[in-house]
Ligand binder design. Structure first.
Ligand SMILES: Cc1cc2nc3c(=O)[nH]c(=O)nc-3n(C[C@H](O)[C@H](O)[C@H](O)COP(=O)(O)O)c2cc1C
Length: 168
């Protein structure tokens, strides 16, 4: 890869999806409101988020800061029941894994890595962006770290390449 800073791809997604007041008299949520009011959600409605919502969340993820702008994150969007069922065996949070309509596995591309500590910081920022964006879209989320106790098995189950370990 050249040393030039990678340019972030522009997309056609409209930023206007972030909380809109019903009328001009309603004050829009501030960033601090969104940060303070987001909560981890562990029970889900059966409604399925739209593809546009999922794209929006991934866009928020991609705009996270990263050391040297190396953007080491990669994402797997999982909606297939059988895959969710298979993943559930690797965590005590089986119900969340099975019942959340969408899972987003965040992986680190170790071929992009230049400093493991900083790459992990960037991945954390990326995940937080996703949680906040989802909340602003009216969607509940829960960050599941516990499944990483069995990250090698998870990576094998998801058939991740060895360059793309599930937060190795
Ligand atoms: C790195 C990390 C790992 C987490 N892992 C889990 C998890 O495995 N299971 C779970 O239910 N919540 C998990 N959480 C969510 C925390 O429990 C939650 O953020 C915390 O209790 C504060 O609650 P709040 O998110 O509602 O503010 C994790 C959060 C972080 C940042």
């Amino acid at each position: 890869m050249s040393k030039a800073k990678k340019q972030r791809k522009k997309t056609s997604l409209s930023p206007s999806r972030v909380i809109k007041p019903d009328s001009a008299a309603v004050k829009p949520a501030s960033t601090l409101d969104i940060i303070q009011n987001r909560r981890s959600i562990r029970k889900f409605k059966t409604d399925i988020p739209t593809d546009a919502d999922i794209e929006n969340i991934l866009e928020a993820a991609r705009w996270a800061p990263s050391g040297l702008n190396n953007q080491p994150w990669r994402f797997l969007v999982i909606q297939d029941k059988a895959i969710k069922g298979g993943l559930a065996q690797f965590t005590k949070y089986k119900t969340i894994i099975k019942e959340a309509p969408v899972l987003i596995a965040v992986c680190m591309d170790i071929t992009e890595s230049y400093n493991r500590d900083k790459d992990l910081m960037a991945i954390g920022a990326c995940i937080q962006n996703m949680l906040l964006d989802a909340y602003a879209l009216g969607l509940g989320t829960c960050w599941l770290g516990e499944i990483l106790n069995r990250k090698e098995e998870v990576s094998g189950f998801l058939k991740l390449s060895k360059d793309l370990l599930s937060l190795r």
